[in-house]
Design a protein around this ligand. Structure first.
Ligand code: FMN
Length: 186
């Protein structure tokens, strides 16, 4: 029997009623057969300090382990001031260090995001793609899942209700698994 594909989902928001965390929960229910979307919460990660990079906090050790164990990563990012939230960038930085011990190295990854603005985290997503270059993360190019006007896409309990968005997320996850398989074969 084939091993189950494990996708590690990371939301860049710590907010209790976060649309991005809600989108990540939705993704877990939309994954292709044979694929599990697990999550890692970023709460409790201190600010990166290079003095500590060889002696990181337990939560960072756990993050690096979970990233390495995963077959692929799903980043679900809010957009803060036209970019990636500090919470997410901070976690990315920790797990990329010390130099030569970058947990993200070679991972296939998909990006999606939700915002209350009209263009649904587009600017943050392109910044994240730029960050991937130095991390050596291989991104899924399409579809670009940018959930604008988020309150119109989720109900009061944080369930994703928009069927078109669900289809995009299904496709994104299928493409992520396909990219992972292509990378393995090459
Ligand atoms: C510091 C800050 C900066 C923000 N900047 C943007 C922005 O640049 N673009 C945008 O569409 N929304 C922006 N927003 C609004 C977010 O889209 C909104 O707060 C969203 O709910 C955040 O995601 P979450 O629900 O997952 O926490 C900003 C919000 C905060 C708190």
């Amino acid at each position: 029997m084939n091993k189950q594909t494990r996708i590690l989902g990371i939301s860049g928001s710590l907010r209790r009623e976060s649309y991005n965390s809600a989108a990540l929960r939705a993704a877990a229910g939309l994954a292709p057969e044979g694929t599990a979307v697990e999550t890692f919460g970023l709460e409790g990660i201190p600010l990166f300090n290079q003095d500590e990079e060889r002696n990181p906090p337990a939560k960072v050790i756990e993050l690096k382990r979970r990233v390495r164990e995963a077959d692929a990563i799903l980043f679900v990012t809010p957009e803060y001031n036209y970019s990636v939230p500090g919470v997410l960038k901070n976690a990315i930085d920790w797990a990329s260090r010390p130099y030569g011990d970058n947990a993200w190295d070679g991972k296939p990854a998909a990006i999606m995001g939700a915002s209350i603005g009209a263009i649904g985290t587009a600017r943050a997503q392109y910044h994240l793609r730029q960050i991937f270059v130095f991390l050596n993360v291989f991104p899924v190019n399409r579809p670009e899942v940018m959930i604008g006007n988020a309150p119109q896409h989720f109900d009061a309990e944080g369930n994703l209700t928009d069927e078109t968005t669900k289809d995009y997320i299904r496709q994104l996850l299928r493409n992520l698994v396909e990219l992972m398989q292509r990378i393995r074969k090459s």
